[in-house]
Design a protein. Structure first.
Lengths: 297, 557
């Protein structure tokens, strides 16, 4: 190990800026978590505010709005993960059937582009096209239907969040799955053809089974972030009429903690969020190792 | 690898150095020692330069001439030249929630400057932490007589910052009760056409509904009344239905209510008065009939204003200074007559219109306990007052322009407070000057500003004058003439919470989103009006009851 270190030490030196950034911005602020156990007063600071034990946690767990936000977070996040896996898998399979590589590349590029647009911009676009006079409702109206309140109806809002997020991100997943498909040994397809398998059977019996490890890996890793339901997206698109079904933990923390200056409540919710996420992440990594032999350390 | 090694190492060291230097903690307080306060009046300059640091919110529309900036402008130069005081703004933020959030962060991290403006919640926090300087001695000895007279002209206001006989901050006061009631703003060109076609003056809600319908049928408006999803504009219309409401969307935990007694004398928030049900019923019907946009729940205030300017809607409930907001844009897009005009709210049968008045001196200028030269703040406040509000400020026209054009009367924040009779006096003197043409009684910079801007619109159709013109210069039809009518006939209802919010509010997270969500869902038809009592009960159970009890404890009879 020492010999290796001696050989590679310049590379380790190059890590220093990254380590410093991580220490300052990721580890440094952790001490602020003590707010979660205090009746925090900004003016008294971290060491002058009175300690209240677990009172803040008791308060948030007794709050119907927190429970609602927790449920919404899980629901929206899990649905995003599910459809965020199914959609790109299906699309990758379809894209793989295109024989003209230039067309395939164009499609890949088109579906990948939304991934680079921020939710601040996308929110403005979606508010326009999903509004009552937007292009979607106008089109629906041509068939004598609607209008549909995509963004203001509590029942529709979570699904609007799920599908717009899937639309934005499925291009990335598609590229990953397509790479997996391309890497499959062509000999397996030749064997399947010799056994009389058509395109459908080849997909079911060869492609999908060989994609399974990467599908599981992607899903399991996504589960580690299940408590991150997409603050940027929801914050820019939600409104009081859909708090009931659209308020997630991050938006709740923002309103209670920062905007309402109840830092201790925000810290308690954030702390809870972090602990649950850590547990989920460890479980996810463990499953990923067992299923797909994927390990970080 | 070897070739790359040296440049990579250099890059690494450079990045590390940059990060370390970038993390240097910038001081938010001046470090000067105490400077002797010169003998003489408040306007005697310091012999040695006094440095003073501050933070501030930046007023919308604040503009400087040439290369001037917030740190170097006519006001900072005035303080330097007349008092030998140098001002440095440590940071600035746009006014509103962004400033409040940044201020909370600054207080939390201990980055407090020498002088800052705070609200009552932060005032209490800083006070409890012992971070504020006792200003009693400095207030009594180094402010002008005029500044001290504000306490008599706005009774009770100085008491809100006086703790155990010690003055712990300087209340910013406010412009006077005339700026409080809200009005309905109509597209002037549309309204004139409506009247020309025989449409009635809008005195009743039924007539107002007819007008909204007419704007949609005849003028191409997509809907009838501009509202936004935090319900602030909607709640302005409460007096139409005999109910008086606050600002539920003031932020989670910060939503404010308008409190007033019911028949038994118990103080309730407007939402708990029976008339609120009537208002909800009207609003739900307005949505159903298309007067309220079908996208209302997704429209924020910026989008609402965009719709007004684009001609998609022709009425808007708003505040007296609306003339600075949409009208200049309307005029440039739709012609000289397209500005918005204010009228008193029409009412439903049986309701006599009342204007709402809140305790408006909600901002306090405070001084960090370690600041060595608090007399400097007193001198600056007095000087700013002399320039803005005094008869004998003796400004030349050029100086007057420098200090007030481009909304620069707000440039000296937090070193200015407001004469509590400013706007009533301004209104009376400006109207008189416009009527008679005699400008000799326009004795303050503010009066001259409002008069000259009104004239600029009336004579030259200069859109930058529309704000003043519609606030007071449009003699028979300004926001202040509408409000003055209410004041003259005593039709004002004061918020029972007249002063700082009860201390108990510090421990209550106002569940205002229950109200926001409930009202919105009723309006858009997701829930029936009959659900309101259960929504209200939910609000009471989640903290509303504790708020109501605290208000009654401190402000009840």
């Amino acid at each position: 190990m020492l010999r290796q270190l001696k050989k590679e030490w310049p590379l380790h030196v190059l890590l220093i800026p990254g380590l410093i950034i991580t220490a300052i911005f990721s580890y440094g602020p952790i001490y602020g978590l003590i707010m979660a156990f205090q009746d925090f007063s900004p003016a008294h600071g971290f060491w002058g505010s009175p300690w209240v034990g677990l009172d803040n946690f008791r308060w948030i767990f007794s709050e119907a709005q927190f429970q609602r936000a927790l449920f919404n977070t899980f629901f929206i996040s899990l649905m995003k993960i599910f459809f965020g896996v199914v959609t790109p898998v299906v699309f990758a399979l379809l894209l793989n059937e295109i024989r003209l590589s230039s067309v395939k590349r164009v499609f890949q590029t088109i579906i990948y582009i939304p991934n680079f647009i921020s939710w601040v911009i996308l929110a403005g676009i979606f508010m326009t096209i999903l509004g009552s006079r937007g292009i979607v409702n106008t089109t629906i109206g041509l068939f004598g239907l609607g209008p549909v309140d995509f963004l203001t109806d509590p029942g529709n809002f979570p699904w609007t969040m799920i599908w717009t997020d899937v639309w934005r991100r499925f291009g990335f997943g598609t590229v990953v799955y397509l790479a997996t498909i391309v890497s499959i040994d062509p000999g397996l397809y030749e064997s399947a053809v010799m056994d009389g398998a058509g395109r459908w059977k080849q997909t079911i019996k060869v492609t999908l089974p060989l994609m399974t490890p990467i599908i599981i890996l992607m899903s399991v890793l996504a589960l580690g972030n299940v408590l991150d339901a997409g603050f940027d997206q929801i914050f820019n698109l939600y409104s009081p009429s859909v708090f009931e079904t659209g308020d997630i933990i991050q938006t709740y923390v923002f309103r209670v903690g920062l905007h309402g200056a109840n830092f201790e409540i925000g810290a308690a919710v954030g702390f809870f969020n972090s602990v649950v996420s850590l547990i989920l992440m460890l479980i996810a990594l463990s499953v990923a190792y067992k299923v797909a032999n994927y390990k970080v350390f | 690898m070897k070739k790359l090694f040296v440049p990579l190492m250099m890059l690494t060291l450079l990045l590390t150095l940059m990060m370390v230097t970038g993390c240097r903690n910038q001081s938010t307080r001046s470090t000067r020692d105490a400077v002797p306060v010169p003998a003489g009046g408040w306007d005697t300059p310091f012999e040695t330069t006094v440095n003073i640091t501050a933070v501030r919110d930046v007023t919308a529309g604040l503009l400087f001439d040439g290369d001037d900036t917030l740190d170097d402008n006519p006001w900072t130069r005035l303080f330097q030249d007349r008092l030998n005081i140098e001002v440095e703004y440590v940071w600035t933020m746009p006014a509103g929630a962004e400033y409040t959030d940044r201020l909370n962060m600054a207080i939390a991290s201990g980055e407090i400057p020498d002088v800052l403006d705070v609200g009552f919640i932060q005032f209490r926090q800083l006070l409890e932490a012992g971070l504020l300087l006792d200003l009693t001695h400095y207030y009594h000895n180094y402010t002008s007589e005029r500044i001290r007279s504000f306490a008599d002209r706005s009774p009770g206001t100085l008491d809100t910052v006086t703790v155990d006989g010690r003055i712990m901050g300087i209340p910013n006061y406010y412009f006077g009760v005339i700026d409080q009631p809200r009005t309905m703003w109509l597209r002037n060109d549309w309204y004139q056409e409506w009247r020309a076609e025989g449409g009635p003056e809008l005195l009743t809600v039924a007539q107002f509904e007819d007008f909204m319908r007419w704007t949609m049928d005849e003028k191409g408006a997509e809907y009838g009344i501009a509202l936004e999803n935090l319900l602030t504009w909607l709640f302005y219309t409460g007096p139409m239905f005999g109910v008086y409401l606050g600002n539920p969307g003031g932020g989670f935990g910060a939503g404010t209510h308008f409190w007033y007694p019911d028949a038994t004398g118990r103080i309730l928030p407007g939402e708990a008065h029976p008339e609120f049900i009537t208002a909800l019923t009207y609003w739900a019907r307005w949505f159903e009939e298309g007067f309220i946009s079908s996208d209302f729940a997704a429209i924020d205030s910026a989008r609402g204003e965009e719709d007004i300017v684009a001609g998609r809607v022709g009425t808007q409930p708003w505040l007296q200074w609306n003339g600075w907001v949409n009208s200049p844009h309307l005029v440039s897009l739709w012609g000289d007559d397209a500005y918005q005009i204010p009228i008193n709210f029409p009412t439903i049968p049986g309701v006599e219109l009342m204007g709402q008045a809140n305790f408006a001196s909600g901002t306090i200028t405070v001084v960090h306990r370690d600041f060595q030269n608090p007399a400097a703040l007193m001198k600056m406040i007095s000087l700013a007052d002399e320039i803005l509000f005094c008869l004998d400020s003796e400004l030349t026209d050029e100086e007057f322009h420098d200090f007030t054009a481009g909304r620069r009367e707000w440039a000296p924040v937090p070193f200015r407070i407001t004469d509590p009779q400013t706007d009533i006096l301004q209104y009376q003197h400006v109207v008189e000057a416009l009527r008679t043409g005699d400008t000799s009684r326009l004795y303050t910079a503010g009066m001259q500003l409002k008069h000259n801007e009104s004239r600029a619109w009336m004579d030259d159709r200069d859109p930058s004058g529309l704000g003043s013109y519609l606030q007071m210069g449009r003699i028979a039809g300004s926001a202040y003439s509408a409000n003055w009518e209410l004041i003259e006939r005593g039709a004002l209802i004061r918020n029972s919470l007249w002063g700082p919010p009860p201390v108990e509010f510090n421990d209550i997270i106002n569940p205002s989103d229950i109200i926001l969500t409930g009202v919105t869902q009723i309006i858009i038809g997701v829930r029936p009006v009959s659900d309101w009592p259960s929504i209200l009960a939910e609000w009471y159970a989640a903290g509303g009851q504790a708020m109501e009890d605290a208000v009654n404890l401190h402000f009840g009879q």
